[in-house]
Structures are given as structure tokens and as C-alpha cells.
Design a protein around this ligand. Structure first.
Ligand SMILES: *[C@@H]1O[C@H](CO)[C@@H](O)[C@H](O)[C@H]1NC(C)=O
Ligand SMILES: *[C@@H]1O[C@H](CO)[C@@H](O)[C@H](O)[C@H]1NC(C)=O
Ligand SMILES: *[C@@H]1O[C@H](CO)[C@@H](O)[C@H](O)[C@H]1NC(C)=O
Ligand SMILES: *[C@@H]1O[C@H](CO)[C@@H](O)[C@H](O)[C@H]1NC(C)=O
Length: 611
């Protein structure tokens, strides 16, 4: 009935000689103001909104297939990462899509800017009144109560029916996402220790003090991380920072002088996205992240990407912008670590943006970047401990639930090394479990039995994938030692190990590791990790999940052993570096590379060609 009425109305306007008004269809709506937000009042009609328009990407299925094709050690194309152009061809919108959406905007006197290298994102600036008319929306002011941050959002919006297969979604619109959480739950002032040759604990070569506080030396000893400087050309590691976080070079120098006297000259390059700051007094999160990448991935060129909040629209815009910034690079970093995340619950009713971001991580992975995220610090209750879910379903974190990245949880203690209770883990409510983790996860679920039944989505993507120490990392902030804890400490640690593995691979003329999970979950790979079988991640009024033998949603497969990982990756990394940038064209020679041969080859220096 409604449709018929609209049809009549359209013919009527046509008969009057006015432009045929477009029939609109609701694209997204939420039933009520989401948890944690309150309505404040009408937004001023002149207030300018920066809206991003996601266009339908032409071949996301192909992207996913290509990502696995180059990331699965069993694949003939393992390591033959895609070029920038190849990835862009898969996510670029069809020409018709661009033409139709731009024509619609043009008809409304709106000029769009293209803001992603593949052309799948447009940006427009319009006053609230125009946005309301264009999208049949009702943009109003809401606050996120906890931080008293104001956002302008609508509970529903529509797009012309003729665009429904072309315009994927508009952001921000119905997205009520709490501000990003840094995963640093706690810190306390500690003495900045000097590198010690003091008593050793039972775990061979590990200083006994590592039970109380963690230094680079502890991690090197625990995980067999090499101390020798990396030498490969073309290696790189990037750390992302949001919310005004910045690392200070003086603090880093002081930290290295005290704790890496063998490698005191490490430094980093700071770059800005969205007017992010690149110098200033060090803040906790960024200092931790930089001191445990530069301090561990010795001599690997390291960049701090400081993402500002240019459009005053929350950190999620920054999450989009940093990815488009990196995708625009001819040689994106080979490793990216991020210690910020969100409660996935905020995305569940409107998963469009989460899915788009996840696919963007897949694009970088297909090009050869290993993407690491801290799993979160609230156990099963989200990125930070919260009682909001007591008696209710567990709250997984985003982006850790995305299957195209590697999520890193935390452990603590040396003898034994056990799960850190804050280590977030669980099962996504948005992303289905990827095939690569079927065996590991079903084995865990079988052991778990009915524990926590009904509180999590057993078919969801399970996380974390791996873990490292995460408690009482010594960090230098303004000359003062702080002991910082959280999965924020673990993601940079694991990222550094990946960067040092890449050093060996590049020097052996092989491809960098890229998307790690198909390798991590491959048969036999679990033996390269120290299995963590004690502890759990309580939350939501429960004991959370127990760490058990094998993979578990607290510590993943456990903590890394560099030497075993090196044997694993040199045994399976068969692609030659020349193929790295031109996957599908270069002939595959599954060169026989026993780990012994590869290790010898590691002494030679080859240039990694990533073009
Ligand atoms: C999508 O990408 C795959 C590569 O994974 C390719 O084989 C396929 O032809 C592409 N499909 C389209 C419609 O472009
Ligand atoms: C677009 O601008 C033209 C010229 O300024 C004006 O006549 C027209 O009404 C505008 N259309 C819309 C939809 O704002
Ligand atoms: C919240 O912010 C508004 C201004 O944006 C201010 O007027 C109000 O007092 C703040 N409320 C609290 C509780 O801080
Ligand atoms: C990469 O592939 C393109 C064809 O798609 C070819 O023109 C180019 O020469 C190749 N580059 C390398 C380095 O093999």
C-alpha cells in the first residue's frame, strides 16, 4: 500500500513539471538511543557535518580469497603478496556506482571528495539541515555520558532507492560508538632499573626480577628474542597512536641507555594523520608502545603514526583515516601494532563500519602487512573492566573480533607463566569463525563443556590468537619509571618479534610474513608457542574463560618462542622476494628451503623489493 501511494505521488509531481523526487528507502536505523548515550537536544541546522560515504566495493569475496591465498602456508601463492593496484582493483567501486552517487550529490549541489586510494570512500561537508533533507534523517545532539562527549547522530537515515546497491552506508549516522579505549588499565611509579646481571630464575637465563617487573631484557630472555641489530633493507614497523598520545625521543633515549645499553641509539620517526601531534611530553600508552618496539625490534625502522581528531568526530574516523593513509603508501609498514580498541557491542546493531574496517585490515594483510591489535583489558567484559554486563552476555572487543588481524592477549609471571586476568578474549558477535581456527576453537569448546553456555556466540571469530607478558612493563615517562600493565604492552612485544622474523626472512630473500593467522593456526605451529594453561579472564560476574592446554580465549596459543618461530617461518616461507609485490604474475618457485638452508642464507643481505 505504501509503495502504491508513493508511486502515485511521484507521477503527480512529474505531471506538475517538477523534478521527479527520488524515492528513498531506509538504509539503517536504531530503535532507541544506545546504551551509554543520552539525547541532549536539536542540532543547530547550520552546524557543518563531515559525512563519509562508503561505496559498495566490487569484489570483497575476491579480496578475502586472495588474502588467504597469499597467507596460508599450504598455498602455492604463500607470501606472494598483492600489489597496491591489485588490492585496489578488488575494493574499488564499479564505475557506475561512482557515477550514480556523484550525480545524486551533484544534483543536490554537493561536491564530494574521494578519501581512499581505491575510491571506495567519499567525504562531504554539509550543514545539518541539508543532511536531514538529503538522507531523510534527524541529526541531533547526543552525549556519551561517561566522558560527556557530544556527538551528532541520527536514529535513522534513508538513501534513494536507485542507489541502494551502490551506496553502502554513511558514517557517522546511526553509529553510537563510545570513545576508543587505551588498553592501559594501570600504572605505578617504579625505579628505572639498570640492566642487571643479577640472579637468574629457574627459567633458563631469565633474571629473577622479571617476576616483578618486565624490561626488554626479560622479554629477550623469556622468548629468545635476538639482541643483535636487524640488518635487512626494506623492513619496517609502525605503531599507531590516538587521542593525543605521543612518545618522546628523550624518554626513549633514556630508556634505552638504562635498559638496552647494547643498543642505545634506537629512535623512531613520528608522522601525523588528521593533525595528530608529533612531539611533546611522552604519554603512557605511546611511550610504552614505542619503548617496547624500538627497545625490542632492535634497528628495525619504526614509525609512530599519531592520529588526531581533525573532524572532532571521535576516534573511529581516525581508525578509518590511518588505514586509508597506510593503504595509500606504495610500501606500507610490514608490521602495524595498535593498542586501542572498542567494545564490539556498540557495533553489533550497525556492523557496516566494523566490517568495512575489517576488510581494510584484510587489504593491508594481502599486501604483506602483519596487523596486531591488543585484545583489550576487561577480561570478558570488554576493552576495560566494567560491570555493565554482569549477569549478561560477554562483551568482546573490536577490532580483535575481525578475522583478518592478529589479536594479542596478556600473560604474567615466570614460573609458571599464567594468563593475566585482564586479558580480553572471547567470541565475536559480528564476525563468524574463520576456517583457519576451526580445529583449535572446537577443541577448546569441547573441553569447556557447558561453562559459560549462553553467554557467548560459540560460532563467532574467537580471540586472542597469541599472547605475551603484559604486567608491570617498565616505561620511562619524563625521566620517571612507571610500571605499566595491559594488553597494550603485549601487542608491541609481539609486533617486535614479527619484525625481527621479517628481518631474517628479508635477508634470506623471502617475503615478509603478512597476515599471520593462517600460519599461526597451521598444523604444527602451536609448538612454537609456550602453551599457557593457568589463569582465566573473569568479567560480567563470571570467572570468564579458563586458559587450558592448546588454544584458549585468554592467551590464544600462548607466548612466542622466537627460535621456534624462526624455524617455522623459514621452513614454510617459500616465496622469493621478487614476487612479493607482484603476486599473481610472477611464477611460483616453491624453492626448497629447509630451515637449515634458510638460516645460512640469513647471513646474506638481499634487498626486499616491495614495489
Ligand atoms: C574477484 O577477485 C578474484 C580474485 O580473488 C578473481 O578471481 C575474480 O575474477 C574477481 N571477480 C570479479 C567480479 O572481479
Ligand atoms: C542548487 O543550486 C542552484 C543554483 O544555485 C539552485 O537553483 C538549486 O535550487 C540548488 N538545488 C538544490 C537541491 O539545492
Ligand atoms: C558536559 O559538557 C557540557 C558542555 O559540552 C557542559 O555544559 C556540562 O556542564 C558538562 N557536564 C558535566 C557533568 O561535566
Ligand atoms: C608486475 O605485473 C605487471 C602486469 O600486471 C607487469 O607489467 C610488471 O612488469 C610486473 N612487475 C614485476 C616487477 O614483475
Amino acid at each position: 500500500m505504501v509503495a502504491a501511494g508513493l508511486l502515485v505521488l511521484s507521477l503527480f509531481t512529474l505531471a506538475l513539471g517538477k523534478p521527479l523526487s527520488e524515492r528513498l528507502v531506509v538504509r539503517s536505523q536504531v530503535d532507541s538511543v544506545p546504551r551509554g548515550f543520552s539525547y541532549v537536544g536539536k542540532a543547530s541546522s547550520e552546524h557543518m557535518l563531515n559525512l563519509r560515504i562508503a561505496l559498495v566495493q566490487n569484489n570483497v569475496t575476491g579480496l578475502e580469497a586472495a588474502l588467504y591465498d597469499v597467507s596460508d602456508p599450504k598455498s602455492a601463492n604463500y607470501g606472494h603478496h598483492l600489489s597496491k593496484a591489485e588490492v585496489e582493483a578488488m575494493v574499488a567501486p564499479a564505475p557506475e556506482t561512482v557515477q550514480k552517487v556523484k550525480a545524486w550529490l551533484g544534483k543536490n549541489n554537493i561536491t564530494a571528495q574521494t578519501i581512499s586510494p581505491a575510491g571506495d570512500w567519499l567525504s562531504i561537508n554539509v550543514p545539518v539541515s541539508k543532511a536531514n533533507a538529503l538522507l531523510n534523517a534527524d541529526f541531533n545532539e547526543y552525549t556519551y555520558d561517561k566522558t560527556n562527549t557530544t556527538v551528532i547522530r541520527t536514529l535513522a537515515y534513508s538513501v534513494p532507492e536507485t542507489l541502494k546497491d551502490h551506496l553502502a552506508f554513511v558514517y557517522p549516522s546511526v553509529h553510537f560508538i563510545p570513545p576508543v579505549q587505551k588498553n592501559t588499565p594501570s600504572f605505578q611509579v617504579v625505579d628505572l632499573p639498570r640492566n642487571s646481571k643479577r640472579s637468574r630464575s629457574k627459567r633458563a637465563g631469565v633474571p629473577a626480577s622479571c617476576d616483578k617487573q618486565i624490561t626488554p631484557q626479560c622479554l629477550q630472555a623469556l622468548y629468545n628474542i635476538p639482541t643483535a641489530p636487524a640488518t635487512a633493507q626494506g623492513n619496517s614497523l609502525a605503531v599507531s597512536g590516538f587521542g593525543g598520545e605521543i612518545a618522546n625521543k628523550g624518554d626513549l633515549s633514556e630508556f634505552l641507555a638504562a635498559l638496552r645499553p647494547d643498543a642505545p641509539d634506537g629512535t623512531f620517526n613520528a608522522v601525523s594523520v588528521d593533525n595528530g601531534i608529533t612531539s611533546g611530553d611522552g604519554t603512557t600508552e605511546a611511550s610504552l608502545d614505542i619503548q617496547y618496539t624500538v627497545g625490542l625490534a632492535t634497528n628495525v625502522p619504526t614509525t609512530f603514526v599519531s592520529v588526531g581528531n581533525k573532524n572532532q568526530d571521535g576516534d573511529l574516523s581516525g581508525f578509518l583515516d590511518i588505514i586509508n593513509f597506510l593503504l595509500a603508501q606504495d610500501q606500507p609498514p610490514l608490521v602495524l601494532t595498535t593498542s586501542f580498541g572498542f567494545n564490539e557491542l556498540a557495533f553489533v546493531n550497525q556492523p557496516d563500519l566494523a566490517v568495512n574496517l575489517c576488510n581494510a585490515y584484510g587489504q593491508l594483510g594481502a599486501r604483506g602487512t602483519s596487523i596486531l591489535f591488543a585484545s583489550g583489558d576487561g577480561g570478558v567484559s570488554g576493552p576495560q573492566a566494567s560491570d555493565a554486563c554482569d549477569g549478561q552476555e560477554f562483551e568482546p572487543t573490536f577490532p580483535s573480533g575481525c578475522p583478518f588481524l592478529t589479536s594479542v592477549g596478556s600473560t604474567q609471571g615466570i614460573n609458571p607463566e599464567v594468563a593475566a586476568s585482564f586479558s580480553s578474549g572471547g567470541f565475536s558477535n559480528i564476525f563468524a569463525r574463520p576456517a583457519y581456527q576451526d580445529d583449535a576453537v572446537t577443541a577448546y569448546l569441547d573441553k569447556l563443556g557447558t561453562t559459560n553456555a549462553g553467554l557467548f556466540q560459540a560460532k563467532g571469530r574467537a580471540f586472542p590468537d597469541v599472547s605475551t607478558q603484559g604486567v608491570q612493563f617498565v616505561v620511562d615517562i619524563g625521566g620517571q619509571g612507571q610500571g605499566v600493565s595491559g594488553t597494550s604492552a603485549s601487542s608491541p612485544t609481539f609486533a617486535s618479534i614479527v619484525a625481527l622474523l621479517n628481518d631474517q626472512l628479508l635477508n634470506a630473500g623471502k617475503s615478509p610474513l603478512g597476515f599471520l593467522n593462517p600460519l599461526i593456526y597451521s598444523s604444527g605451529a602451536a609448538a612454537a608457542f609456550n602453551d599457557i594453561t593457568e589463569g582465566s579472564n573473569p568479567g560480567c560476574g563470571t570467572d570468564g574463560f579458563p586458559a587450558l592446554e592448546g588454544w584458549d580465549p585468554v592467551t590464544g596459543f600462548g607466548t612466542p618462542d622466537f627460535n621456534k618461530l624462526l624455524a617455522l617461518v623459514t621452513g614454510s616461507a617459500t616465496a622469493s622476494s621478487g614476487a612479493a609485490g607482484n603476486a599473481t604474475v610472477t611464477a611460483t618457485t616453491a624453492a626448497s628451503t629447509s630451515s637449515a638452508a634458510a638460516t645460512k642464507g640469513g647471513a646474506k643481505k638481499h634487498h626486499h623489493n616491495n614495489n
